[in-house]
Design a protein around this ligand. Structure first.
Ligand code: ADP
Ligand code: ZN
Length: 626
């Protein structure tokens, strides 16, 4: 058993100190879920595995303890670009931090090492390969390391999505630092990866903290893709001047979509693995600095970006599995303000995806197919999308519905679909009976509608008894019934050929004429539209709406943003490192006019009060006077 001293007392004595330090440096007065337990356990010297979703606030879990513990905190981080951002952000908050990796050489490296030797640094970010190089272990022994944090800890596992062999070497650290608590952090949900992290890092009786993967401020919508670009443009225009990511399948489409957006006066750029490192870096920098609003990217984009104020993520093409989709959408709304996640869905994309994995081995193809099918079910479900995503990660949405997805927001009515179901199921049955093979949902629908086409003639499906018995309904209505019958398990979609067959249950329904109740949409408006109205301003008079929005004086907010941009350019820092949008919205709501009031704003710590308080309070005063 390890050190559990603090958990004996009812109120962990450290909590107050942690809150004080968190406010002093970072300006936050409240914990995000699990942060308190993680920080106090780490301070008590315990090994911890922290599993928090993207935007859950993992960084603070080691940054705050680092400021409380004597000595140095070492943070292992896989991405060079991210290290620099984290250090810049910490320095802006008045924390002595630095990083070491292959990009830091010669004199600069020596001066950083000197600062470390002199004990002038509280947080050191270091790449995994660097930490095991030339005498670093001996250095660490001298630097009085009191906490070791392993960020993106899933990189250690071959079962994770970004396996990095050099992470494996970190096992050596435990031996050389037997007395130092380890904190491993990840947003990865699978048990296998979690177990790998604990065993490879050799964590000692670690506490595992898992926060909910629900992101209440994100709204999930799926829209049938038709004229996809117009649908995208509608979203981009609605979020004019804000940041967003558009995920595309191919390099070519990232470029063509970005070009169209630019022609429509949107500050857009393309990002994919075919760009040179310098081009990619430029794109990321411009995005971080709000010089580019929309990045059209392949999945290569994202890991290296911690931009907290991404307001929308659009999937222009179908992602390959639920896990990637959740990860990619998770990049929206890290700051807790609303984020829109839109999937433009074209069932034809399924076939395209299948082409991509045609060359895989049979086993890999079967797995890819399984993931793809699940992705299609997500797109086609009439149930709560948030509940669907969470279920994938083994979590149950307590309320069952969320009011934050298109399906929950739209009103559905249930209706007696017994007759339609009978017709459709028997059509599936007759087709198989006639031809000895089954067909897809759209062919089945065509038969029901009495359509004349080549296939129907060739296969003589105009001769079967169900031909034309569904003329009283639209094609869409039949497809909707078909999809729900699949979802309910009365039909099964054949994995490869995309054809539908009766299940045992479906057979039962057909033979015993069992009643079937299905759902249909009452309000058929384009679901994405509801974001445009009511607008942010009109939404509510409450300070914070269900989606996390903070209601404030929009005119003042925009003025403060302009000031922030000016200050950020002067300092060469991304705007969000000066103040987050959350902080600016609080300022524009509370209109602080003295230091105490300014310090009460979420995101304002001591250093930022001194450095930026006067300028922002002056701007607020001018706005109020004018
Ligand atoms: P993660 O690494 O888990 O994705 P980050 O550490 O980048 O999350 O934090 C996401 C955002 O949330 C950051 O902008 C951070 O400042 C903010 N944040 C973290 N903890 C809190 C808190 N307790 N209160 C308010 N904001 C927080
Ligand atoms: Zn929902």
């Amino acid at each position: 058993m390890s050190n559990l001293a603090t958990s004996e007392s009812p109120v962990p004595p450290r909590t107050e100190e942690v809150l004080r330090v968190m406010k002093q440096y970072f300006g936050f007065a409240e914990f995000r879920p699990r942060q308190r337990e993680i920080m106090t356990d780490v301070l008590a010297g315990r090994d911890v595995l922290a599993i928090l979703p993207t935007g859950g606030g993992k960084s603070l879990c080691y940054q705050v303890p680092a400021l409380i513990r004597p000595g140095l905190t070492v943070v292992i981080s896989p991405l060079i670009a991210l290290m620099k951002d984290q250090v810049d952000e910490l320095e802006a908050a008045g924390v002595a931090a630095t990083f070491l990796n292959s990009s830091i050489k010669g004199e600069e490296s020596r001066s950083r090492l000197a600062a470390l030797h002199q004990g002038r640094i509280k947080l050191l970010y270091v790449a995994p390969e660097r930490v095991l190089m030339d005498g670093m272990l001996e250095d660490l022994a001298r630097w009085n390391v009191s906490l070791l944090a392993v960020d993106e800890a899933h990189c250690i596992s071959e079962w994770g999505h970004d396996f990095r062999p050099e992470y494996r070497q970190l096992a050596k650290l435990r031996e050389s630092m037997p007395d130092c608590p380890f904190l491993a952090l990840t947003a990865t949900a699978t048990d296998r990866v979690r177990d790998d992290i604990c065993s490879i890092l050799n964590l000692r009786d670690p506490m595992r903290y898992v926060a909910s993967f629900n992101r209440p401020n994100l709204e999930y919508t799926v829209t049938r893709k038709s004229g996809g670009y117009e649908q995208l443009l509608e979203v981009v225009r609605r979020w004019k001047g804000e940041s967003g990511i558009v995920y595309c399948q191919s390099r070519k489409s990232t470029e063509s979509v970005a070009e169209k957006l630019r022609a429509d006066k949107v500050r857009a750029a393309a990002y994919h693995a075919g760009l040179t490192p310098a081009e990619r870096n430029l794109c990321q920098e411009q995005f971080k600095r709000d010089q580019v609003d929309v990045v059209c990217a392949t999945v290569a984009f994202g890991m290296g970006i911690h931009k907290p104020d991404v307001r929308f993520v659009v999937h222009y093409e179908l992602p390959k599995n639920i896990e990637s989709y959740y990860q990619e959408t998770g990049r929206a709304g890290r700051d807790g303000l609303p984020g829109e996640c839109l999937l433009l869905y074209n069932p034809g994309d399924l076939m395209k995806q299948r082409h991509f994995f045609a060359e895989k081995t049979p086993a890999d193809r079967a797995l890819a197919e399984k993931h793809l099918r699940l992705m299609a079910s997500y797109a086609e479900t009439t149930g709560c999308r948030r509940a669907f995503l969470l279920k994938y990660f083994g979590e149950v949405l307590a309320e069952g519905t969320c009011q934050g997805c298109d399906n929950c927001a739209q009103s559905h009515e249930t209706y007696d679909a017994t007759l339609m179901s009978q017709k459709l199921l028997s059509c599936v049955y007759r087709i198989k009976e006639r031809s000895g093979f089954s067909t897809g949902l759209s062919h089945t629908t065509a038969v029901l509608l009495g359509t004349e086409n080549d296939k129907i003639r060739e296969w003589q499906h105009d001769k079967i008894s169900t031909y034309g018995i569904g003329k009283d309904q639209s094609k869409e209505a039949w497809l909707a019934v078909g999809r729900q019958l699949i979802e309910r398990g009365f039909l099964v979609l054949h994995e490869e050929r995309f054809s539908v067959e009766l299940t045992l249950e479906g057979r039962e329904v057909l033979l015993k004429r069992l009643p079937v109740v299905l759902k249909r949409v009452v309000d058929t408006r384009f679901s994405g539209r509801r974001y445009s109205e009511p607008s942010r301003k009109e939404r509510s008079s409450r300070p914070k709406s269900a989606s996390g929005d903070i209601i404030c004086d929009e005119g003042l907010f925009n003025r403060l943003r302009t000031l922030r941009r000016k200050l950020s350019e002067e300092r060469g820092l991304p705007p969000y490192m000066i103040f987050s949008d959350v902080a600016l919205r609080h300022m524009a709501a509370d209109k602080p006019s003295n230091d105490d009031q300014f310090l009460a704003v979420s995101g304002v710590g001591q250093r930022k009060l001194v450095e930026f308080g006067p300028a922002f309070m002056e701007e607020i005063r001018l706005h109020e006077a004018g």
